[in-house]
Design a protein around this ligand. Structure first.
Ligand SMILES: *Cc1c(COP(=O)(O)O)cnc(C)c1O
Length: 424
């Protein structure tokens, strides 16, 4: 079913999905997030074998992106009241399973919204079962199970095991079923999302854990969800997971469960990063090129207020250069450069490893005014942007049918201070 070709990242770039980087920067300003819709559509197509593709919108939740996902038949996750409202605003409806509220807790607002819009719920704690059951007797729920082990590309993204706060501990299923019975709640599905960076060996353990858990719950199970965590390569050293094998492991699990229960069990997948990461680019402008001792710095007008992953996780993003005069960056001399932002914080460096160690990157030499593009920035990019240093958040543009379309205005100073008051 799938694109399993390792990526080639070039450090020189002229266009994004056929649109000139210089023109995009001139029309919309910088820093600018640009999403290529076609890439999202391809990633959706890669997953067609699953019964449902449920987008974890936290990866990139702009309304236009959600709307286009919906038009492609993708359903959606909501992890907060805000995400429920976003899904509704993008045209998803309640009453079925188009939106699933999946979280470890209900706050008052999210529980009210779940009830008001009759949304499906995936419970990440036993308390949620009773809290929902008391307000909606006879409810169906799915349970997020923590199988007792996890996997993630960093401690902060590992979502299984004892250290993780996520899900219902695998040995408490029986207790949860009794709780569910008390409130007339039926457990109709199970879910496991154990972290980003899935490898196949590990996956077979997850599938076994899912099978054991589902057999323990029994015949009320109608769906299982493989969760998210499908990797995308951020460097040439990384690659995609073999999706055929990934699917086949889950499909075998599903088939065994279908046989055991005597009815078809549906298989869902719940990707965030996989659908949106590669579609996104952050275009920034080089504002200073300076030497500090042996280090050459390219300082951009975008910082960790725009893209936090390098600072938060030491995440590696491919970086490319587009000269302001439209010439070919590949013709420029190659240099070893540190790429950083404008924030008053020495950690504001895009080329760093986990632990904050500053790295150099081989890039075409830059001049002030050139553009630097942080690539694979479509997941956990804009959504983690902040107003730190009173920076306004970037604009977002989506490229669709060869047209760049503005999908979020650049913030203004008025947006920044909205709600602030100076008392007499
Ligand atoms: C974040 C999250 C996902 C998506 O994770 P990715 O690594 O982006 O695929 C899926 N399901 C749940 C419950 C999540 O919290």
């Amino acid at each position: 079913m799938v694109a399993f070709t390792p990526p080639i990242f070039s450090t020189s770039r002229h266009d994004i999905a056929g649109q000139s980087v210089v023109e995009l920067a001139k029309s919309f300003g910088t820093p600018l997030y640009v999403y290529d819709l076609l890439t999202i559509q391809q990633r959706i197509a890669d997953l067609h074998a699953f019964d449902a593709i449920r987008y974890a919108q936290k990866a990139c939740s702009n309304l236009a992106i959600l709307d286009r996902m919906r038009r492609q038949g993708v359903v959606v996750d909501a992890v907060s009241a805000g995400e429920i409202r976003r899904a509704l605003a993008a045209g998803y409806s309640g009453g079925g399973k188009e939106i699933i509220y999946t979280a470890d807790i209900f706050d008052a607002e999210s529980l009210d919204l779940v009830l008001e819009h009759d949304l499906a719920v995936n419970c990440g704690s036993p308390d949620m079962i009773s809290q929902l059951g008391q307000r909606r007797p006879g409810a169906d729920v799915t349970l997020r199970i923590n199988p007792g082990f996890g996997h993630g590309h960093s401690q902060k993204t590992n979502t299984g095991g004892e250290q993780s706060k996520h899900g219902i501990w695998f040995s408490q299923i029986d207790e949860c079923l009794r709780r569910a019975d008390q409130d007339g709640v039926t457990v109709t599905g199970l879910h496991m999302h154990i972290g980003s960076g899935t490898d196949l060996e590990h996956l077979s353990q997850v599938c076994e854990a899912m099978e054991r858990a589902a057999l323990e719950v029994g015949r009320t199970i109608k769906t299982i969800s493989a969760g998210g965590g499908l990797p995308v390569p951020y460097s040439e050293a990384e690659s995609y997971v073999d999706l055929d094998k990934y699917y086949s492991l889950w499909d075998q699990t599903r088939c065994r469960l279908s046989d055991a229960f005597g009815h078809r069990v549906e298989l869902e997948i719940e990707p965030g990063r996989f659908l949106s990461a590669e579609s996104g680019f952050l275009i920034a402008e080089v504002r200073s090129v300076k030497k500090m001792g042996d280090n050459l710095f390219f300082l951009l007008n975008a910082g960790f207020n725009d893209l936090a992953r390098p600072v938060m996780y030491g995440a590696h993003h491919p970086i490319s250069v587009c000269p302001a005069d439209g010439s070919d960056a590949a013709q420029r001399e190659k240099v070893q450069a540190v790429v950083g932002g404008p924030l008053c914080e020495s950690g504001d460096i895009f080329t760093q490893r986990e632990g904050g160690y500053v790295d150099k990157r081989e890039l075409p030499m830059c001049r002030v005014g050139d553009y630097v593009i942080l690539e694979n920035a479509g997941a956990y990019g804009f959504v983690m942007a902040s107003n730190y240093n009173s920076k306004t958040r970037a604009a977002e543009v989506m490229i669709e049918d060869g047209q760049p379309k503005l999908i979020r205005q650049r913030e203004t100073f008025e947006d920044l201070v909205r709600g602030e008051m100076i008392p007499d």
